[in-house]
Design a protein around this ligand. Sequence first.
Ligand SMILES: *Cc1c(COP(=O)(O)O)cnc(C)c1O
Length: 454
Amino acid sequence: MASRMNYHSHKDSSITASFGDALLASLSPDGGLWMPDQIPHFSSDQTAKMGAMSFADCAAELATHFTDDRFSSDDLKNLCADAYNYDVPIVTFDGQKLDPALAPDADNFVLELFHGPTLAFKDFAARFMGRAASHLMNSTQQKRTILVATSGDTGGAIGDAFLNQDGIQVFILFPKGGVSKVQEQQLTTMGDKDSNVRAISVEGTFDDCQHLVKAAFADKALTNKYNLMSANSINVGRVIPQSFYYFWTSLQAKAAYTHRPLVYSIPSGNLGNLTGGLIAKKMGAPIDRFVIGNNTNDPFVDYLATGVYEPRPSVPTLSNAMDIGRPNNFPRIVSLFDGNYEDIIEVCWGASFSDDETERHIRRIHTETGYVMCPHTAVGHLAMEAFAADIGFPFTRVTVGTAHPAKFADSVERILHADIPMPEPLAKAMKKTKRVHVMAPRLSDLSDYLDNNL
Ligand SMILES: *Cc1c(COP(=O)(O)O)cnc(C)c1O
């Protein structure tokens, strides 16, 4: 068995916990974010072996290094095989697979992370975390209440991952009118009327939702009464599995195109996805740089340019899952680099784009190649092009495709004047009746609602 990982608070390294306890507690007692004590580094012999495994087996192997002894190798193998029963393809815009024999000159790829059940990359983390949490709870018999604030995709992924799980009640808080039509439909139709997953439409912004969840966690009486657990990306159980797909796919990309540097571009909001990528790089994933795409909510891109971090209120944009003015994983990124700004900008490069630029880009790529991108993926790809223009030498480009365009059909169909076919799971959700509670962004209202529904 591989050596097991301990976690510490990013504010105080003397406060420690096992993986399972860190996952169930969400935040450390001093309000810090849990960080792994030391990230394993794999030699090129080891990475070659892991790259030759299936994605699920590679994920399970990595997970043994990040979990504790409540998870055996076999537990993790079963957990990952069950969670990751879908494709993780790297494709070109004209649909070719990553294959130097078929596409020797290809250098512009999309890593499609949206083939899970809720059609966004959040499934990778939610499905691992959901299964890990129930595994832990089977041994404790405690009931848990999950509160999750969502800008659209997290709520769906968490709801789907925890649907019908005994002992767990999930409340999804989303900004009223702030998510796409398809996302709202998905969020409000999980399970039947006795479902353990409930949607709450909050009369406010995503920041209001996130603030409300934070206020609930800060309320010790409420936290203890309901055994509250967070499923937002402050939870380390979500961040760790997001390193798995960077690790595995970068080994595929590097094996196919050995002679070029490898750069990933990530459309970012709360920076959880980027944190996963940076952890993968520390483990030995052959990724040379990360490009960060922001919409006009761009405190991180500003930080990369100036060294000054200024969180600010979020504003609504076309890429709503990235409308975040105070990215909650920023402290983790600083911590991974021991606070060294010069080291951060050696690895991370960023650019931000307006809705107009994003719309034009979706249209241009569709006209030139036929490929349809969601607005978030388009921001990532714009950033990749800006980086390529800045850097001026050849490299392999992998833009992280974070969601299926059909999730944003209301905007993408308007932009392209074309119908976006609805994949099967979404088409099903579109036919169901919505169940939703509308609420003001007040803690007393949330606490009343929990009282009446638990
Ligand atoms: C959540 C999300 C993002 C942003 O990811 P972070 O980890 O918050 O940076 C980007 N695109 C889509 C489609 C998302 O759902």
